[in-house]
Write a protein that binds this ligand. Sequence first.
Ligand code: PEP
Ligand code: MG
Length: 322
Amino acid sequence: QKEEWAKLKDEPTVTKDGHHIELVGNIGNPEDADSVLQHGGEGVGLYRTEFLYMGKSEMPSEDEQFEAYKSVLEKMNGKPVVVRTLDVGGDKHIPYLDMPEEMNPFLGFRAIRYCLDHEEVFRPQLRALLRASAYGNLKIMFPMIAQVEEFRAAKALLLEEKENLRKEGHEVSDDIEVGIMVEIPATAVLAKQFAKEVDFFSVGTNDLIQYTMAADRMNERVSYLYQPYHPAILNLLNNVIEAAHSEGKWAGMCGEMAGDPLAIPILLGLGLDEFSMSATSILPARTQMRNLSKADLASYKDELLAMSTAEEVLAFIKEKTE
Ligand code: PEP
Ligand code: MG
């Protein structure tokens, strides 16, 4: 099987009926980009930048961040690289950022909420990203967006720093797409409105599932509720993908669900454009997608969305793809 995968390393990802799918990798460190390339990734769909900040005693400087982002863009050599701005809080604690102890950190002061309130942390990251944009195909993504206002505020800061950098004589790319993670149900519900303003969506199912089902993603006692195939989740995903397409935007996924062989046929049928996963899942996913017809899977969509349980969804999709 490994040999079959290896043959597809430099092949595009196309379904049996000829649709191209963007198959990209998740990374946490610049070195991980090598692994994405070795496994035939067509780009980076999620660079989790918090690892630059974790396990250190002080903030990484703007220059230090610039070097990290630049090195990923250079390694990827023109392939798309989606960099997510700092997602602190929740389970990710960074001592020097002086974050409050909270009763419910997953529902608390995390990610974009923290960044918009701490421009002294956020602006250097935005500047580092903008400077790095001259070295490849950069896309910037904001995490944990719950309201349109948050996206607008973050984008305004980005544009402000772009102006500043240009005045200072730095080169900044003119076509950086700016998108959001969809990982809060409110945002998935309101995707149509968001789609008018963002350049793309990337669904963070790890969080979206826990918030939709109100089941802590790390609590085993409620893990039976943590159901990627639940029709409630599929209906949200469908809403996000349709909203994106109706505005001519693309929709991807960077949560674990994107690399799950049982979820892949469902997601193809819903019309997901980009799948971002751990490097080692890329070639198995490409192999699988080449054997699936997107049109056939799309024809099951209404039936799937009308189902009542995750069990029905799974049984149905297993039968159809056997
Ligand atoms: C997600 O929530 O699905 C996601 C990709 O982000 P993280 O796992 O870093 O919270
Ligand atoms: Mg998340």
